[in-house]
Design a protein around this ligand. Structure first.
Ligand SMILES: NC(=O)c1ccc[n+]([C@@H]2O[C@H](COP(=O)([O-])OP(=O)(O)OC[C@H]3O[C@@H](n4cnc5c(N)ncnc54)[C@H](OP(=O)(O)O)[C@@H]3O)[C@@H](O)[C@H]2O)c1
Length: 231
């Protein structure tokens, strides 16, 4: 890595939006460390062709010991961006009256507790004027919840947003930019075939949006077009 090259740590990049984020940052000349949980992913195929620019790490964000081990392996590194993309969805029609406790815990722990734990444990690897971001969703907006649906998933992303606000409040003297992203409804395994956007209609603009916040301290909740999303 040259001194001028910027670096990103992207957590949850085996496929879908996380893979596209890793690809986009490499395309823009960044050095990327991107994480997976398993072997033989699409990220491995991409990394084989971009070995100088992209390194793969392994972490399941739900496993606290794995997050700690990743922190140890990355000790001494500095990143301009830490972005936690990993997330799961559940059945959109499952109401809070239907959902099992185990399923509720799975979604909330994966989407709210675990991304924040990654930021708590790895945030000090980010340069003092670097950026820290999470992949939320427009469904995380409390204000915009006029039509219901996705009750459990919504609550997980609203919790993630609130936890990021608490983190930003606790780090209000930090010079880092904190960014919560709503990527739009995108055709991935999670978004499904009927989503309104292709990955390449969302992710390059997500990267533009994150880049535009670099060097601007404070927390923003922004969509893929850089527009503010109401809390
Ligand atoms: N697609 C959309 O329309 C949309 C809209 C709004 C927000 N989002 C958010 O965008 C993010 C990516 O979504 P996507 O559409 O790309 O979904 P996806 O295709 O289902 O990919 C999910 C990614 O998260 C990783 N992941 C899940 N649980 C993990 C864990 N415990 N530890 C580490 N990695 C984990 C997956 O890794 P494995 O391959 O190992 O499972 C995969 O890389 C999610 O946070 C999602 O909530 C998506």
């Amino acid at each position: 890595m040259t001194k001028t090259e910027q670096s990103a740590l992207i957590v949850g990049a085996s496929r879908g939006l996380g893979l596209a984020l890793a690809e986009e940052y490499v395309k823009r000349g960044w050095h990327v460390v991107a994480t997976v949980r398993g072997q033989g992913t699409a990220l491995h195929d991409f990394a084989a062709k971009h070995a100088d620019a992209l390194k793969i790490e392994t972490v399941d964000i739900v496993e606290e010991d794995q997050v700690g081990a990743l922190r140890q392996r990355l000790a001494g590194r500095t990143f301009d961006l830490l972005f936690v993309n990993a997330g799961v969805a559940n059945d959109a029609d499952e109401t809070i009256g239907d959902v099992s406790t185990d399923e509720f815990v799975r979604v909330l722990v994966t989407n709210a507790l675990s991304p924040m734990r990654v930021i708590e444990r790895l945030g000090d690897l980010v340069a003092p004027t670097g950026s820290i971001g999470v992949m939320s969703s427009g469904l995380g907006s409390v204000t915009n919840n006029e039509h219901g649906g996705w009750e459990v998933y919504r609550s997980s992303k609203a919790a993630l947003n609130t936890l990021m606000r608490s983190y930003a409040a606790r780090h209000r003297k930090s010079q880092r930019a904190f960014v919560i992203i709503a990527p739009g409804w995108v055709r991935t395994d999670m978004g499904g075939p009927h989503a309104s956007l292709e990955i390449d209609e969302s992710i390059p603009r997500v990267v533009d949006t994150i880049t535009a916040q670099a060097g601007k301290p404070g927390l923003k909740y922004l969509d893929y077009q850089g527009r503010t999303v109401p809390w």
